[in-house]
Write a protein that binds this ligand. Structure first.
Ligand code: URA
Ligand code: SF4
Length: 204
């Protein structure tokens, strides 16, 4: 199956999913979105009010800030893949529960496997924990760590940075480091390939 076919199949399953109790409170499930050839994948926590209404990730205030952050490094949201660890809105935006995270994990796994992004950026504690269960976000944010042949970078959640000024500058600084980290990931991939694709660093 092509990447797009897998992403479409996962989205269709998510829209019909009743694997965890969050399905009962949703207006719409939010599988995630972005091009099948995206080199960057952003993983947030879960849909909020606006995301649940529209069925799209990061379309509220946090999403607007995320778009500004992408703009700092010359990217538009249409160029990256954006999703969440849970695909349905937790009631009153509470934290996702362990059983909900576990029930939903397979969708994210399949999205990552299909997209095979060079760099994954986790936004907030819950998506960081999927890769670095023991880590403290204050200790590892902005650092690129190799996981399964790609780089994973934990960052503060844009919503946290909107509400708590102390996270704002660190999040901006971490975003400014991304182009160098993407180039680093590109070089690592090229070193492992006999004939690196000419389009490798086309984003920058
Ligand atoms: N916060 C998230 O974690 N995800 C969204 O999609 C929107 C806000
Ligand atoms: Fe299914 Fe995930 Fe929604 Fe739970 S949060 S109902 S597992 S799609």
């Amino acid at each position: 199956m092509s990447t797009q076919a897998v992403l479409d199949a996962v989205a269709a399953e998510v829209h019909a999913c009743a694997r965890c109790p969050l399905h009962g409170g949703r207006a719409r499930a939010v599988p995630g979105e972005g091009p099948a050839n995206a080199e960057l994948m952003f993983i947030g926590e879960g849909p909020g009010f606006h995301e649940d209404q529209q069925g799209r990730p990061f379309v509220g205030a946090a999403g607007q800030f995320l778009e500004e952050l992408l703009g700092l490094i010359g990217l538009r949201r249409e160029q990256v893949f954006i999703t969440n660890v849970v695909k349905c809105r937790p009631p009153a935006n509470r934290d996702p529960e362990p059983g909900e995270l576990a029930a939903c994990a397979d969708y994210l796994e399949r999205q990552i496997a299909a997209l095979n992004p060079k760099v994954i950026i986790t936004l907030g504690r819950f998506s960081m924990a999927r890769f670095f269960p023991e880590a403290k976000i204050s200790a590892i944010h902005g650092q690129a760590r190799p996981v399964g042949g790609r780089l994973v970078v934990a960052m503060f959640h844009p919503a946290a940075a909107l509400h708590q000024p102390k996270y704002r500058e660190p999040l901006i600084e971490d975003f400014r480091k991304l182009p160098a980290l993407i180039a680093q990931a590109g070089r690592a991939a090229a070193a492992g390939e006999a004939e690196p694709p000419a389009e490798q660093l086309s984003l920058f």
